[in-house]
Write a protein that binds this ligand. Structure first.
Ligand SMILES: NC(=O)c1ccc[n+]([C@@H]2O[C@H](COP(=O)([O-])OP(=O)(O)OC[C@H]3O[C@@H](n4cnc5c(N)ncnc54)[C@H](O)[C@@H]3O)[C@@H](O)[C@H]2O)c1
Length: 249
């Protein structure tokens, strides 16, 4: 019950790592708000969490749309009375175009991964400031530290922006009790829109990873839980890399 009584919004909660974080948060006593554009999978997850005795609620929200953030957080405040935790997890790693340097692809990825985190962080930070505190965990990537031959250049740029923007917000909102940290996962299949499904790519990543395997979404969720909880009460502006040692070399 490490999050007992807290209200947590998780974006991109319907699938992948967001769903693991949401289930873990609910099992630790939080009221979890699943915010996503995929309402079908989100509603199914609400049912699953509720059947397991947890408290969850779905809100449709495109993280790149400021009005969506305003209406979603208003609904959450009306229902639960506070926003104690925000996990900005929603993200995309590619677009429909194969031209990695097309301006449309750049804008599309930056809108979701970078602008989405900006909008969520500023909206929640103001709410948390008025409440006297809160914790924001922004999901970046190891690709926010290093470049790569295969990845989308805009993906690296968007995740680098999440990393440094979070530090700036940690400094700005620290005096109001609002903590802002980043988590940097390594290779965690099966990110929907990426090359992770290609076996040769996966084998290559595994061979280059000191722990010689891919990660599990729950291994990221435990790191997010720590930063979200009061156990991390003196932790802000920091980066937690969960990658099997990939970027340690
Ligand atoms: N999977 C990996 O290997 C990996 C590694 C490092 C970082 N990450 C990051 O972790 C996060 C989650 O990745 P994942 O692998 O679980 O992805 P996923 O593709 O499995 O799930 C992403 C979720 O985000 C939602 N989403 C997409 N666009 C959205 C939008 N505009 N508004 C709201 N929701 C939206 C999708 O509907 C989906 O439910 C992402 O930010 C990703 O960049 C993933």
């Amino acid at each position: 019950m490490r999050l007992k009584g807290k209200t947590a919004i998780v974006t991109g909660a319907s699938n992948g790592m967001g769903s693991s974080e949401s289930k873990l948060f609910a099992s630790e006593g939080a009221n979890v708000v699943l915010a996503d554009v995929d309402s079908e999978a989100g509603q199914q997850l609400v049912e699953e969490i509720s059947e397991g005795g947890g408290n969850a609620h779905f809100e449709i929200c495109d993280v790149s749309n400021e009005e969506n953030w305003q209406s979603m957080t208003s609904n959450v405040l009306a229902k639960y009375g506070s926003v104690d935790i925000l996990v900005n997890n929603a993200g995309i790693s590619s677009t429909s175009t194969s031209d990695l340097l097309s301006t449309d692809a750049w804008n599309n990825i930056m809108e979701v991964n970078s602008t989405g985190v900006f909008l969520g962080t500023k909206t929640a930070a103001e709410i948390m400031k008025s409440q006297g505190g809160g914790s924001i965990v922004n999901i970046s990537s190891i690709m926010g530290f290093v470049g790569g031959e295969y990845g989308h250049p805009a993906y690296h740029a968007s995740k680098g922006s999440v990393r440094i923007f979070s530090k700036a917000m940690a400094v700005r909102y620290g005096p109001f009790g609002v903590r802002v940290n980043t988590v940097h996962p390594g290779f965690m299949p099966p990110m929907t829109s990426s090359d992770h499904g290609i076996a040769s790519k996966r084998d290559e990543y595994v061979a280059q990873t000191p722990l010689r395997r891919t990660g599990e979404s729950i291994e990221v969720a435990y790191g997010v839980l720590f930063l979200a909880s009061d156990e991390a009460s003196f932790v802000t502006g920091t980066e937690l890399v969960i990658d099997g040692g990939y970027i340690a070399q």
